[in-house]
Ligand binder design. Structure first.
Ligand code: BJW
Length: 225
């Protein structure tokens, strides 16, 4: 009997670019006009929680614009999971959007958090949030986003899946941010076949066995069909 391959797929901002969401490090990127230390660190949040909430309120509202929809790459990954089964396909996304869910993927880890959730800082309890957060003094609600210097989520599950995978496919991520940027090296150490699908080579391009460059909406469906 043929063995079904186990596949771990890392996605980054590039997979959602054609859905109308800005990437981080491009010209006119999400952070243009924003100081990263101000909006993407806990220290920045402590300095000016109102400004940080208003930044994420803006992103949350953009994400819920009806024109922001999954594209062919998100749908192709959802179909792959349907075909091979959820036990065999894990999406580890750095994205805080919900486009994988909207496309129908089920087995997803949001390692950098989720825009449509907030968290009680004291209890760690996570809540769905679709509206603007209005900050008041003694407010314990923060965005459910992993900022620089914070531990990404579900790391043990990710390492475990990588150690058991047959393929590691990285899609639309620049390879600037760790620990995600280190997954390809880890996969190579485990003997996993590594594939990069991206618009342009990432910082880790030399570490991948196979590389295909082009827009995600084209290269992803073509590669996994
Ligand atoms: C397309 C496309 C199309 C475009 N089709 N493709 C020195 C060495 C090593 C590590 C560190 C270091 N100094 C500090 C660190 C740690 C730090 C880090 O990595 N810093 C680097 C900047 C150096 N990391 C952390 O702090 C992390 N935590 C941590 O390390 O904890 C300790 C730990 C240790 C060991 C194990 C485990 C943990 C936390 C990182 C949190 C990142 N959070 C953010 C969100 C910020 C909030 C927000 O504003 O929303 O997550 S940062 C931001 O970058 C966001 C993204 O998920 C992440 C990655 O970006 P991504 O997705 O790669 O986007 P871009 O814009 O960079 O690239 C887009 C790509 O798309 C490009 O390649 C294009 O080609 C492509 N593309 N159009 C296909 N149509």
């Amino acid at each position: 009997m043929l063995q079904i391959p186990k596949i771990v797929i890392l996605t980054g901002a590039g997979i959602s670019a054609e859905s109308g969401l800005s990437t981080f490090r491009a010209q006119n990127g999400l952070w243009e006009g924003h100081n990263v230390d101000d909006v993407a660190t806990y220290e920045g949040y402590l300095r000016d929680p109102i400004a940080v909430h208003s930044f994420y309120n803006m992103l949350r509202s953009k994400l819920q614009n009806p024109e922001v929809k999954p594209n062919a790459a998100h749908f192709a990954l959802a179909q792959l999971e349907q075909k091979l089964g959820s036990d065999n396909v894990l999406i580890v996304t750095q994205n805080v959007d919900n486009l994988h869910e909207k496309a129908g993927s089920k087995n997803i880890i949001h390692m950098h958090g989720e825009l449509l959730k907030v968290r009680n800082e004291k209890t760690g309890q996570v809540f769905a949030c679709y509206d603007d957060v209005i900050y008041q003094d003694n407010h314990l609600i923060r965005p459910h986003i992993v900022w620089f210097g914070e531990m990404p989520l579900q790391m043990d599950e990710i390492y475990d899946a990588l150690s058991k995978a047959d393929y590691f496919i990285s899609i639309g991520t620049s390879g600037n941010v760790y620990p995600a940027a280190g997954f390809v090296q880890m996969a190579n150490q485990f003997g996993v076949k590594t594939v990069e699908l991206n618009l342009e080579p990432s910082l880790g391009e030399n570490l991948f066995n196979t590389k295909i460059y082009g827009p995600a909406s084209q290269v992803v469906p073509e590669y996994i069909k």
